[in-house]
Design a protein around this ligand. Structure first.
Ligand code: ADP
Length: 634
């Protein structure tokens, strides 16, 4: 190395800068987590080294025992985290410590509110890792060398956590990374053996390699002895321990290590499977959706180990997409150590594991729903919409997934989605052979849909669907417990046995009676409608629009249009309520112009009432005003 190694000063990427600032302020109340984050990174670095060394044993150099050392210096007010893992090259350092390589970071930052409490929760979901050093340090120094590179290719990185950092060459004999925190003057408490030990025990006990500190001497007789290393954590891959051995707190901390989430998981399931396949899985349901749940490029999948050796993060082959919120570890004894993503895609054992793990997650959710309704409600709020992708993706588990769904219904004033399909079926009316639902853009529009009137009158429950995926969902679900789903706004109403013979006769009679009237309207509306008929579903409203039995509903139509897809044209049918005073008045209207205005207004209003838009709003307003004026003159 030349005496004057080039020192380069660089600015943090804008996003990193923003995040850094925010994090320092919002995580202040939980500042000790910096140690967990740094130990977690060191442990990942050890995992990566072990993985790369599978094909290149030389990477171990002469130091095969992977471990993490934590040191402190009371006088200098520093804490160091030292690992002999994979280390970083100069390019790695710039890429990983100067930028935030997570997809969707800009979007995440845009969602921040400025409200500290809310933001600190958000930032928890984002995961801040290395940058958490700056909560307690006003200067951070990183010395690192990538395994396999020469000592001269070591790097020194330093930053005060403001706008800039510097990188320069640094001769480093040992591979791996040393992170040294220069504590802020009010954070000196961390340069203390007892404090550090207790934080390690609390947050990092589950780390599978030893976290060592120098043994502290307490008595006179030990004073002159050479200092010894002491392992502070349990240092055993947590999932290899038996369930009864592991405390809930340990499960929670391990979750935070693998998920980079700061909040506790809602539930987990830890299982050893032996037999044809031999593997251990530890699966977690998070308590909050990550900021990038709907981002296609977001990382998902399990952390894959083969015989305790880390193989890859985000192994997405083991769970279906609709369970992408699940975090966890899979340790297989059947896969080969040099398995790759390509091999995973073709391996039939992977499919068997995938169906077993899928079932495991669904069972876990069923249990949660049964035993802890409050937690399940929280889960549903965060991940319900993702789970609704299930029936389309996973045909085999359709009914099981449907059993986990929760809906808002007409039998409940609250908008909350908390009624299961089994509840619905248990409450059905005598003779009812369908699960009725209405879809609208939001809950209120669904709730006040005119299509519900006859159902309300007959006390038949209707599911109120307003999530974006709902119409698509019922398109794939089609039935539950032998009952077909039926959109109350589609096709001519047929209540089957729910209507008595007398009712049916009466309906036919009215239909005949109003045949001429209905044709008169049809003439006015022309090709704006497919059909005009007398309704049997309205009690209070004068008219409503009905989509053809096989036509696309309005919600689906909007969804596709937003996605820029061509949607086939379809015309609604209009149904009119002959018992409504307005309709009665219309029937008696002799002036064909006036009748035409009435009919058009009725048509537009019906569209508005279900949250739709009208074709020519100005014409609508004009007609309505004309009628209002005439009214005020009489
Ligand atoms: P995350 O761990 O969520 O990826 P961090 O900000 O904690 O985010 O770290 C960013 C990256 O820096 C890591 O993904 C890793 O590539 C690198 N890194 C951090 N600490 C170490 C370390 N001790 N050894 C090797 N690489 C590290």
């Amino acid at each position: 190395m030349t005496a004057e190694a080039v020192k380069e000063t660089r600015g943090f990427e804008t996003e990193a800068k923003q995040l850094l600032h925010l994090m320092i302020h919002s995580l202040y109340s939980n500042k000790e987590i910096f140690l967990r984050e740094l130990i977690s990174n060191a442990s990942d670095a050890a995992d990566k080294l072990r993985f790369e060394a599978l094909n290149n044993g030389d990477l171990y150099e002469d130091d095969p025992e992977l471990k993490i050392r934590v040191e402190f210096d009371k006088e200098a007010k520093t804490v160091s985290i030292i690992d002999n893992g994979i280390g970083m090259s100069r390019d790695d350092v710039i890429a990983h410590l100067g930028t935030i390589a997570k997809s969707g970071t800009a979007q995440f930052l845009a969602e921040l509110t400025g409200d500290q409490q809310k933001d600190s929760q958000l930032i928890g979901q984002f995961g801040v890792g290395f940058y958490s050093s700056f909560i307690v340090a006003d200067k951070v120094e990183v010395l690192t060398r990538r395994a396999g590179l020469s000592a001269e290719e070591g790097v020194r990185w330093e930053s005060q956590g403001e706008a800039e950092y510097s990188v320069e060459a640094y001769e480093k004999a040992s591979r791996g990374t040393t992170v040294t925190l220069h504590l802020k003057s009010d954070q000196e408490e961390f340069a203390d053996g007892w404090r550090l030990r207790s934080i390690i025990k609390k947050y990092s006990d589950h780390i599978s390699i030893p976290v060592v500190m120098l043994k502290e001497s307490y008595g006179e007789e030990e004073k002159d002895k050479a200092p010894e290393d002491e392992v502070v954590n349990t240092a055993k891959a947590m999932w290899t321990r038996t369930r009864t051995e592991v405390k809930d707190e340990e499960y929670k901390e391990f979750y935070k290590h693998i998920s980079h989430d700061y909040s506790d998981p809602i539930k987990w399931s830890h299982n050893r499977v032996e037999g044809k396949l031999d593997y251990t899985s530890l699966l977690y349901i998070p308590s909050a959706a990550p900021f990038d749940l709907y981002n296609r490029d977001a990382s998902r999948g399990l952390k894959l180990y083969v015989q305790r050796t880390f193989i890859m993060d985000d192994a997405e082959q083991f769970l279906p997409l609709y369970l992408r919120f699940v975090k966890g570890v899979l340790d297989s004894n059947d896969l080969s150590l040099n398995v790759s993503r390509e091999i995973l895609q073709k391996d039939p054992n992977v499919d068997s594991m995938k169906s077993a793990l899928t079932k495991r997650v669904l069972d876990m959710l069923e249990k949660l729903a049964k035993n802890d309704a409050d937690s399940y409600a929280k889960f549903w709020k965060e991940f319900g919409e993702v789970l609704k992708e299930g029936p389309a993706e996973d045909f085999a588990n359709k009914e099981k997934i449907a059993g986990l769904f929760r809906f808002a219904t007409t039998h409940d004033e609250l908008a909350e989605q908390k009624h299961s399909l089994s509840d619905y079926v248990a409450r059905k009316q005598e003779g009812q052979d369908k699960i009725y639902y209405v879809v609208a853009e939001n809950h209120n529009t669904a709730k006040s849909s005119p299509h519900l009137e006859v159902f309300r009158k007959k006390n038949i429950e209707v599911l109120l669907l307003s999530d974006r995926v709902d119409e698509w969902l019922v398109g794939h679900l089609t039935e539950f417990d032998g009952l077909a789903f039926q959109d109350v706004g589609k096709g001519a109403l047929d209540l089957g046995d729910l209507d008595s013979e007398e009712e049916k006769e009466a309906q036919e009679k009215v239909e005949k009676e109003f045949e001429g009237f209905v044709n008169r309207i049809k003439e006015v509306l022309g090709d704006r409608v497919d059909e005009v008929r007398v309704t049997h579903r309205l009690t209070d409203s004068p008219a409503c629009l009905v989509v053809g039995k096989d036509d696309m509903g309005a919600q689906m139509r909007r969804l596709l249009e937003q996605a820029g897809q061509a949607v086939p044209d379809s015309k609604p049918s209009m149904e009119v309520n002959p018992t409504h005073p307005l309709v009665e008045k219309m029937d008696n209207e002799q002036d064909e112009d006036r009748f035409g205005d009435f009919a058009s207004i009725l048509f537009d209003q019906a569209s508005l009432a279900e949250g739709g838009s009208i074709n020519d709003p100005a014409a609508y307003v004009k007609r309505l005003n004309k009628l209002l004026l005439e009214l005020s003159r009489t």
